[in-house]
Design a protein around this ligand. Structure first.
Ligand code: ADP
Ligand code: ZN
Ligand code: ZN
Length: 818
């Protein structure tokens, strides 16, 4: 009897595809191995063997596979099980999951393009097979080859193993990404020579310098700067503070009073030093820690609600330590943006080389390396710190998952499928391993807190800052009145300016939060009201001053800044609203002597751009940092004493049922950046609506009040956590077909689910990149079976697909959209 293998292909197919294998192949094959298989007329893909059996497919004749690509499975049984769960829960194909789950380099396919890693690849041809040599030679002539072309070059069909070998030998690269060159930055530090470290020697030294006033001045500055920390300081800071010349410092070095040395800064790489120092918990941390352990003995998901700077990270570290000592693996999940050098170094400090980092700014090769390390782990204990896609790693003995900043919406993948929520999926993943899982946040999502209130999760509260530092004092500034009384300078109220000035005077730092990037979102004609629109999307173009352009944030379309109105030729055009770039410009004019930094999507594109800004701010090379949401993400800066929220209103007015919850979370998180060490920090919130309940709740840090009030609204308007939501988005370049299709789908769903179907409706932005959008919402009450709902929905969706006239319409299904 012949043998068959069901294969998961990296394509949006509803089912696995069955191929024929020989009996030798069948006895060698284990689920989770990669196979090269033909698909369609002439294409070849890498698929994953999911099941080996003897039942021939019914509707088609099984083709033979080309080749088995692995000696041992690359995918574990738990991963296969997890993929199946994701695909069923989030209503997508296993192929979609496969694409999200594996680094691209594992998935050779005939459409792929390979290139030489470097030109010298051929200089050392030791150990190359003939095929490998021929291929490398061809690549030297042609620079890049499609895998289909490789078949011609080698004159055979089974080329994937050859390419695989070359990838492993690091001689070629697949689907080349742009690798950013990064030069580590060296910083010059100054320290006092050992000879003068005694109090008496210090006084003697100062006396001896009485006739060299500028040198004496430098030493006095040095002592005042290092009085608290007694640590070396940067030459730059010393120069700046003492206003001395580098020459004077040099003379002090020559005299043997000061010493200079270099250190490499802002690197992710591990310096090799770990600490054996024990963490000594505060009384409150200790209590929380014990409560968490208690929950774990009951196999409960933990929710740690700990205010900003309460020392949650230390608790995570202690939990991870125990898991690693038991030789198990730990996963520390963070939103992409919060994965900073800062946090990575904090973990490396404790766990050294056991820390593995996995996120999208890492190159394909780096990701492949981490993947293999985890797969091959022999029980020495590892901690993966990663963004959402790290839930797809091949864990073998996962013992603990920590989801830090669990309220963050970026844990949900928006596009493409699978549209999974990494926090929720991680709960399922942990259950597969019987691993413990802890969700942590200063501002938990309504969903998680609801689960805790209903005893599905266990709740642990930590409401003291570490070191008993007070939470910052929050002041609300009514900018409507300030405008009336002419107490505004640009977008700054007199209060905010006063506070910035006094903070800078104390040599402390300021963070200013503005929800939008760019200069001023839109340009408007005072005469006719026209504002320039994107031709491809239903949005106004945004003004960017640094390159004097109008840009679309959705499709990248841009034109030069206009001098006249495009509609009526009037020159009376003004900018409306404001973004980070404009704040930065205003600040530069207001505080010309201070260094202003900006952190938003435009300034953090490269792999290290984000880390560079953070380390500059950390090293006090930036006095005022202006930024979007990015500045709110779990950063721990020592010298920030003032946080200003430029305008709370545009957060609150967002047309979304989560807008209020989100505003609360954002504002409280950004407020939490202030005064994290000794002194109490200050937060100023500028708003036209100072009495808004959310602003009031933020000012008193009253999470409970926010929770209760929002929950009531969710109940009244039938939203999560009381109702689950599935959103269907129909997209097409044809406006009227899209509308007809949406009507059809809404009607079919209504026949089954009656009043729980909403729409079709145009979303706020109804056209993007020339595609029209329409949404339908399906609400699922708690008592209704989710499984059954999905089965019925899938049935309707497959009838939809069989309608010829709707072929141009794509339906995007989003389960638990956020
Ligand atoms: P959170 O993650 O809750 O915002 P962090 O873990 O960043 O708070 O802690 C805030 C600050 O307090 C950090 O600088 C951290 O190093 C320090 N800290 C917290 N717990 C301890 C401890 N037990 N011993 C020493 N320092 C601690
Ligand atoms: Zn006009
Ligand atoms: Zn556009």
């Amino acid at each position: 009897m012949p043998y068959f293998v069901d294969v998961i292909l990296p394509l949006p197919l509803d089912k696995r595809f069955t191929y024929e294998v020989s009996s030798e192949e069948a006895s060698f094959l284990t689920p989770g191995m990669r196979l090269a298989v033909p698909f369609g007329k002439s294409k070849i893909y890498t698929g994953i063997a999911a099941k080996i059996h003897q039942i021939p497919p019914e509707v088609y004749e099984a083709k033979p596979i080309h080749q088995i690509l692995d000696k041992v499975p690359l995918i574990t049984p738990n991963q296969l099980k997890f993929w199946a769960w994701i695909s069923s829960y989030y209503m997508c194909t296993e192929g979609d999951v496969l694409r999200a789950a594996l680094p691209g380099a594992f998935l050779l396919e005939s459409e792929g393009v390979i290139q030489l890693k470097n030109k010298e690849a051929l200089q050392n041809d030791d150990g190359l097979t003939d095929d490998e040599f021929v291929l490398l030679e061809a690549l030297q002539r042609q620079s890049s080859l499609k895998i289909q072309e490789v078949m011609k070059v080698l004159d055979k069909k089974t080329v994937l193993p050859v390419i695989n070998k070359l990838l492993e030998k690091d001689l070629v690269v697949l689907n080349q990404e742009i690798y950013e060159q990064y030069k580590p930055k060296r910083t010059r530090y100054i320290k006092l020579s050992e000879n003068f470290s005694e109090e008496a020697a210090m006084h003697e030294l100062l006396d001896s310098l009485s006739r060299a006033p500028s040198q004496r001045e430098i030493m006095l500055t040095y002592f005042s700067l290092t009085a608290k920390s007694r640590k070396p300081i940067k030459q730059k800071s010393l120069l700046k503070k003492s206003k001395a010349s580098p020459g004077t410092i040099k003379s002090l070095i020559d005299k043997g009073i000061l010493e200079e040395f270099y250190e490499q800064t802002d690197r992710v790489s591990f310096s090799g030093e770990t600490t054996s120092k024990e963490i000594i918990f505060s009384e409150f941390q200790q209590k929380a820690f014990s409560e968490i352990k208690e929950l774990f003995t009951e196999n409960k998901v933990g929710l740690l609600h700990g205010i900003t700077s309460s020392g949650k990270t230390e608790i995570y570290i202690e939990l991870i330590k125990e898991v690693l000592n038991a030789g198990k693996q730990a996963l520390y999940l963070l939103p992409e943006i919060a994965l900073t050098t800062q946090l990575i170094q904090r973990l490396q400090h404790y766990f050294g080389e056991k820390v593995l980092i996995y996120h999208s700014k890492y190159s394909v090769n780096e990701r492949v390396e981490v993947y293999r390390k985890i797969l091959e782990d022999a029980g020495s204990g590892q901690v993966v710190i990663g963004a959402r896609s790290s839930i797809f790693l091949p864990f073998k003995n996962l013992g603990l998952v920590v989801v830090d900043e669990e309220h963050e919406s970026s844990f949900k993948q928006y596009d493409p499928a699978p549209r999974y929520h990494a926090r929720d999926a991680a709960v399922v993943l942990a259950s597969f391993f019987k691993a413990n899982i802890l969700l942590g946040s200063a501002t938990p999502s309504l969903e998680s807190y609801f689960n805790a209130q209903h005893h599905k999760y266990g709740l642990v509260e930590l409401n003291r800052r570490y070191g008993d530092v007070l939470l910052p004092e929050i002041e609300i500034v009514d900018i409507k009145t300030k405008h009336k009384k002419k107490q505004m300078t640009g977008h700054f109220s007199d209060r905010l300016l006063e506070e910035i000035k006094s903070t800078l005077k104390e040599e402390e730092q300021v963070i200013l939060f503005q929800n939008r990037r760019g200069f001023s979102p839109i340009l408007e004609c005072n005469t006719c009201g026209h504002s320039p629109q994107c031709p491809n999307c239903d949005v106004s173009l945004t003004y960017h001053s640094h390159n004097n352009q109008l840009r679309c944030h959705y499709c990248g379309y841009h034109i030069a800044m206009q001098q006249k109105c495009m509609a009526c030729q009037s020159t009376e055009i003004t900018t409306k609203g404001f973004g980070t770039e404009q704040i930065e410009t205003e600040l530069k004019a207001l505080f010309p002597k201070h260094k202003i930094g900006r952190m938003d999507q435009d300034t953090t594109r490269g792999k290290y751009a984000f880390d560079k800004i953070i380390s500059a701010f950390e090293n006090q090379e930036i006095d005022i940092l202006v930024g979007t949401q990015m500045v709110t993400k779990g950063l721990d800066f020592r010298h920030v004493n003032l946080v200003g929220i430029m305008n709370a209103d545009n957060l609150l007015n967002f047309p979304d049922f989560r807008a209020h919850e989100r505003s609360f979370q954002l504002m409280l998180q950004v407020a939490g950046r202030a005064g994290r060490t000794k002194k109490r920090g200050k937060v100023l919130i500028q708003s036209y609506n100072p009495n808004h309940q959310i602003i009031q709740q933020v000012s008193t840090g009253d999470y409970e009040a926010m929770y209760k009030e929002q929950l009531e609204e969710r109940y009244n308007y039938k939203y999560p956590p009381y109702y689950r939501i599935i959103r269907f988005t129909l997209r097409s370049r044809d406006y009227s077909t899209n509308n007809t299709a949406a009507d059809w789908l809404a009607k079919s769903l209504t026949n089954v689910f009656a009043e729980y179907v909403l729409g079709p409706e145009f979303p706020p932005i109804a056209r993007i990149r020339n595609e029209y959008y329409k949404n339908i919402l399906l609400k699922i009450p708690q008592q209704q079976s989710l499984e059954k709902t999905k089965t019925l929905t899938n049935r309707i969706l497959s009838s939809f697909k069989s309608i010829g006239t709707f072929r141009s319409v794509r339906v995007v299904v989003n389960v638990d959209p956020i």
